[in-house]
Design a protein around this ligand. Structure first.
Ligand SMILES: [Zn+2]
Length: 377
């Protein structure tokens, strides 16, 4: 079995941008796992050319530990890389490649740690999961989680190796992405009374959103986050055809990033009610809300077994929270498993040109995973 740096070089060479197939990487990982004495439990996806992989080492029964990461990476188009992004290149101790931090460094460490462990000594199972299409909204892993839920899968806990610079993360916000679709009626702008201006409906809706954000800032707060409240934001707006036509359509794309435990259904109901009110007050217009993607927040107790195990293995006392979303909330919600996030590299280097992880970070991750796996013997 290659070492973690060599394994990262192999994984980085698969250009697994979310838009493309991850099959070659998954087949490669499955082969490495089989050679290391693991069992392929699940290899499937609901999209052509896309696969989740779940593998296990050691006993079939018992509550083991899950190590998990996504196999896809974000695109490199338009970025000014100083070396080929899908060829791991070392410069001054930094290992550059797309996915080096996010998160093939951890995937490489997962594979080599599993290969290093003495499978016969495991008294509880070690599970490895590779997911797909995380970068487009934690989409791919949901299939696998549904299967595992149906099988009543149990585990002591889950560690997701997103880049946290080795910190043990127990929380992140959840997200709902959606569209407020404002529909009016077209007319010549010379006689706007004949039409219903969808951009004006959208403007009223934006005022409602602003008022709701103000209200949210008087509600629950968590100072572990740079923006300590649930946030509601309009990110894109599209409407109108020509200046002399009363626009009949306008769409607001919005994002709600919520503290774990927020009643998001109630917030969406508020927005829907505001849309209905605005539509009813207009000249025959409507405002409807459509959710396009969502993932839950994460809030794992400090006292959870997996939190304690991860802190001990990482040699740290403090847990933290992060501003970006991960699959962790889905593991917790779908399977009821206690989940933490801890991995090498930094999110600040992810999604950019010259993304990198260092040899030291990978070595620390190797040691971390060896200690995690030792708790299963
Ligand atoms: Zn990631």
């Amino acid at each position: 079995m290659p070492n973690t740096v060599e394994m990262l070089a192999a994984l980085a060479a698969f250009p697994t941008i979310s838009a493309d197939s991850n099959e070659a990487l998954i087949r490669f990982a499955a082969q490495a796992i089989t050679q290391a004495g693991g069992r392929i439990e699940n290899l499937a996806g609901s999209v052509k050319g896309k696969f989740n992989l779940m593998a296990s080492f050691g006993p079939v029964a018992g509550a083991g530990i899950v190590l998990s990461g996504h196999s896809d990476v974000v695109p490199v188009a338009g970025q000014n890389w100083h070396s080929a992004p899908f060829s791991l290149t070392e410069r001054e101790g930094r290992l550059h490649a797309r996915g080096a931090s996010d998160m093939k460094g951890f995937l490489a460490a997962m594979l080599t740690a599993a290969a290093r462990c003495e499978v016969a000594k495991l008294t509880r199972p070690l599970h490895l999961i590779f997911s797909y299409d995380e970068e487009i909204g934690c989409v791919g892993v949901r299939d696998l989680l549904a299967r595992l839920a149906a099988e009543r899968f149990v585990a002591q806990g889950v560690i997701i190796g997103e880049p946290t610079e080795g910190r043990v993360i127990t929380g992140h916000k959840g997200k709902i992405a959606g569209c407020l679709c404002c529909r009016g009626r077209a007319a010549h702008s010379a006689n706007p009374a004949l039409g219903c201006n969808a951009i004006m409906l959208a403007a009223d809706m934006l005022s409602e959103m602003r008022a709701l954000q103000t209200e949210l800032m008087q509600g629950p707060r968590d100072d572990a986050y740079p923006f300590p409240f649930t946030s509601l934001h309009a990110g894109r707006i599209k409407g109108g055809v020509a200046l002399n036509i009363v626009p009949d359509a306008c769409e607001i794309e919005f994002e709600l990033r919520h503290l774990a435990g927020t009643d998001t259904d109630a917030l969406l109901a508020r927005l829907r009610a505001a849309g209905a009110r605005i539509g009813a007050a207009s000249n025959g217009g409507t405002v409807t809300l459509e959710v396009t993607n969502h993932y839950p927040g994460l809030e794992t107790p400090r006292g959870a077994a997996i939190t304690q195990i991860a802190l001990a293995a990482a040699g740290r006392d403090e847990t933290g929270k992060i501003g970006f979303g991960t699959e962790a909330g889905l593991f917790a919600e779908s399977l009821g498993l206690e989940t933490v996030i801890c991995g090498p590299g930094s999110i600040d280097r992810a999604h950019k040109a010259d993304e990198y992880v260092t040899r030291d970070e990978l070595a620390a991750c190797d040691a971390f995973l060896d200690r995690i796996i030792a708790t299963l013997t």
